[in-house]
Design a protein around this ligand. Structure first.
Ligand code: SAH
Length: 453
């Protein structure tokens, strides 16, 4: 009988990418994707601990699984990601029903466990036998075999290029859970992207906690612009993105690469976290608002059409109303395209949790979060509104509920209608006929505009 797996994932793009790898490895062992966790033979929880809310969801799901494990002790439960971390953990006592613990980005503990359980003979027979499919892909020439449901179906993929983080932003738990920076080699990255292109992928987003520090851990090693240059030459690949950048490593060389390389998209994720210099110092971000604004100016001067995303934390310990107001003022002034806002969540073991009480009340954090979101909505109505009537290049990712959807080079979501052609994975020029804060609508040349309900 076919064995099945169920993957539960929460958190950042790196986690989604890690889960994709786990799925790929499980499918090589002969496992199929299960529709839900109840029947699955193997359940993997890929966890995030950046905020308490994410950790609570993982813990809640772990307890949901307990009775299923009791009813069927052969069901395998694996816990992966930042809840486990790279330094060893003390979770086995708290969660005795978990069979395997896997650090972030490491599928091997689970695979080794299953191999040992199945017995080498049986599993080796499974190993290279992929599921039935119209055009089986030989694993031999692929460095990453996409899970079955994504093969020749996924248009935009994430590719980790730098694991871990060497910074110590005082609020952030990631460095202690994902370990020191480790850059993958250019050869490994190129092989992986090439194999993804063979499987239908047209766009890759290169991932790192501070992706613009790629290669800094290797003396005289290649840097992010070098990776972008090599990938830009890869036939079949249409677009390249990267995230997340730290303001201090956004070099002129990197900006030049974005400006010059046709496949590298004009979208930069560059969190500033707060608009107040004292808070930035307490966060140990190593820049102030003058530096950040100057950087945004430099980026905008070099790239005429681009979008910029930021992250903001509200309710950092001791954040006063005046300090929060400075964040709002800067956001209003800079008019960025995306603002991911989060309420400060003290993480045990971080410097900020040790030094300062979490003294901004939850209600106040929520009010500040809403204020940022409302301001951002207004900003987006204005800046997206300027795109009305423009012709923009969209990479089409999918068709859902009768509508094609894709993204501009600047990462704006665009919908359009067409029942006559299959646009998936294609670059298409659309006239923008409607704009809203969170999405745009467009039409193919010579077609009627999409109806707005
Ligand atoms: N290195 C990545 C960090 C990923 S965490 C980056 O620079 O984006 C993603 C975001 O979560 C951070 O940018 C920050 O805004 C937020 N975050 C991190 N720790 C947090 C905490 N303790 N409380 C609230 N938000 C936090």
């Amino acid at each position: 009988m076919t064995k099945t797996y169920y993957l539960w994932t929460i958190g950042c793009q790196m986690n989604s990418s890690d889960s994709q790898r786990v799925a790929s490895e499980l499918e090589k062992l002969g496992y199929h994707c299960a529709p839900n966790y109840r029947e699955a033979d193997v359940v993997v929880l890929n966890t995030c601990v950046v905020r308490q809310s994410a950790e609570d969801k993982a813990t809640g799901f772990l307890w949901t699984l307990k009775p299923y494990k009791e009813n069927r002790p052969d069901k395998v439960i694996a816990l992966m990601g930042c809840m486990v971390g790279v330094k060893g953990h003390k979770l086995a006592k708290a969660f005795p029903h978990v069979d395997v613990f896997m650090p972030p980005s490491e599928p091997s503990p689970l695979i080794d466990y299953l191999l040992a359980r199945q017995g080498e003979q049986e599993s080796l027979a499974y190993r290279y036998q992929l599921q039935d499919e119209p055009s089986p892909i030989q694993e031999g020439n692929l460095s990453l075999v996409l899970p079955f449901h994504e093969r020749n179906n996924l248009v935009a993929a994430h590719v980790p290029i730098l694991y871990g983080c060497n910074h110590v932003c005082t609020y952030c738990i990631i460095p202690s859970r994902r370990g020191r920076e480790r850059s993958r080699s250019v050869g490994e990255i190129v092989n992986e992207v090439r194999s993804l292109v063979t499987q239908g992928v047209r766009e890759v987003t290169l991932l790192g906690q501070i992706v613009d520090r790629y290669g800094y851990d290797v003396p005289d090693g290649p840097r992010l612009p070098d990776v972008l240059r090599v990938l830009n030459d890869l036939e079949g690949l249409q677009r390249i993105r990267f995230l997340t950048s730290h303001p201090n490593y956004m070099t002129s060389e990197l900006l030049e690469a974005v400006a010059e390389l046709p496949k590298v998209c004009e979208h930069i994720e560059i969190p500033n976290q707060s608009g107040d210099d004292l808070i930035l110092e307490q966060m140990k971000r190593d820049y102030n608002m003058e530096n950040y604004c100057h950087l945004i100016e430099r980026i905008r001067a070099r790239l005429s059409e681009l979008s910029i995303a930021t992250d903001i934390i509200v309710g950092f310990p001791g954040e006063t109303e005046a300090q929060f107001q400075r964040t709002l003022d800067y956001l209003a002034q800079l008019k960025l395209d995306v603002c991911h806002v989060a309420m400060y969540s003290p993480r045990s073991g971080t410097v900020s949790a040790k030094l300062w009480p979490d003294n901004v009340p939850a209600e106040e954090k929520k009010r500040r979060l809403n204020a940022v979101n409302q301001l951002q909505e207004q900003i987006l109505i204005e800046i997206n509104g300027r795109l009305l009537g423009r012709t923009m290049e969209i990479l089409v990712e999918d068709k859902q509920r009768g509508r094609w959807q894709g993204r501009t080079r600047t990462n704006k979501l665009v919908f359009f209608e067409d029942d006559d052609n299959n646009w998936k994975g294609q670059l298409v020029n659309l006239e923008i006929t409607w704009t809203g804060p969170w999405s745009l609508r467009g039409t193919l040349p010579g077609r009627k505009p999409l109806k707005v309900e």
